[in-house]
Design a protein around this ligand. Structure first.
Ligand code: XBP
Ligand code: MG
Length: 254
């Protein structure tokens, strides 16, 4: 099958956004809201098992802060804190604190030059995606993506396949002609659940997770002078992943 589309996860895949981005933004939003909540690096790593920032806050409230009774009007308060958090996250992106991971910009450029379709399938908000793409690639970069499937666009977040099924439906391309890029076991389960072969670039928080079923597991996509770091599955022919590698891995799957 000919590779026709690349579908990118965002957090941990496009950029290492969790520890020094979302976590810092959450803590700033908690302070702004007068909440005595604080997520240190280890706690946040545990909370990442729950995808979705609003869902993560509700989980934390229920498991660690005495439940909804401890926060009157919890759903509305969580939505408000999350909106503040998203503003703090956008500020961190604008300050250049969350650069794209190696190989992301290069492979996106190669795919565009070759006429492949590009899509995003993420649990985070569309605002965060736009901020990362504009700061990391170009001001018009969001328009490079035929589909940006983000956040609450689907009722069930990863590891449910919904966000990838949503992206596939709008791309109008069969899963066998697509390749997904993920960083976490939750994300991999989502993309595989939608029938999409997946390349995993593991990250700070996800390096020890189970990536069974991935086409390739790497430390990153790599760039000239920045080795990809092969972990499991298919390996790039050179020291970093190229579009030709992705095409070969897609053919091999057919
Ligand atoms: C990872 C997530 C997101 C982020 C926080 O998304 O689970 O919820 O942790 O972003 P991805 P929000 O699918 O890109 O790996 O607070 O906007 O949800
Ligand atoms: Mg991710």
């Amino acid at each position: 099958m000919t590779l026709s589309a690349l579908i990118f996860d965002v957090d941990g895949t496009l950029a290492e956004t969790e520890r020094d981005g979302h976590r810092v933004a959450f803590n700033a939003a908690f302070r702004d809201a007068g909440l005595d909540w604080h997520w240190d690096v280890a706690t946040y790593g545990e909370l990442l098992a729950v995808t979705g920032g609003k869902e993560r806050m509700l989980h934390y409230l229920e498991r660690h802060r005495g439940g909804a009774a401890a926060l009157p009007d919890a759903a509305a308060r969580i939505a408000s804190v999350h909106a503040t958090k998203t503003r703090h996250f956008a500020a961190l992106v604008a300050a250049g604190r969350l650069p794209l991971r190696p190989g992301v910009a290069r492979l996106i450029a190669e795919a565009r030059a070759a006429g492949l379709a590009l899509a995003i399938a993420t649990t985070t908000t569309a605002e965060n995606v736009t901020a990362l793409l504009r700061h990391g690639l170009a001001d018009d970069a969001p328009s490079w993506f035929e589909v940006i499937a983000a956040g609450d666009v689907v009722p069930r977040k990863k590891p449910a396949p919904d966000v990838y099924l949503y992206a596939l439906e709008r791309l109008g391309i069969p899963p066998s002609a697509c390749l997904a890029f993920e960083d976490s076991a939750n994300g991999l389960r989502a993309s595989l659940g939608a029938g999409i072969a997946t390349v995993v670039t593991r990250g700070d928080y996800t390096r020890d997770e189970d990536f069974s079923g991935a086409t390739s597991v790497l430390e990153c996509l790599g760039d000239p002078g920045v080795p990809a770091g092969h972990v499991a599955g298919a390996a790039p022919r050179g020291t970093f992943v190229t579009l030709d590698d992705l095409r070969a891995w897609t053919r091999a799957r057919a």
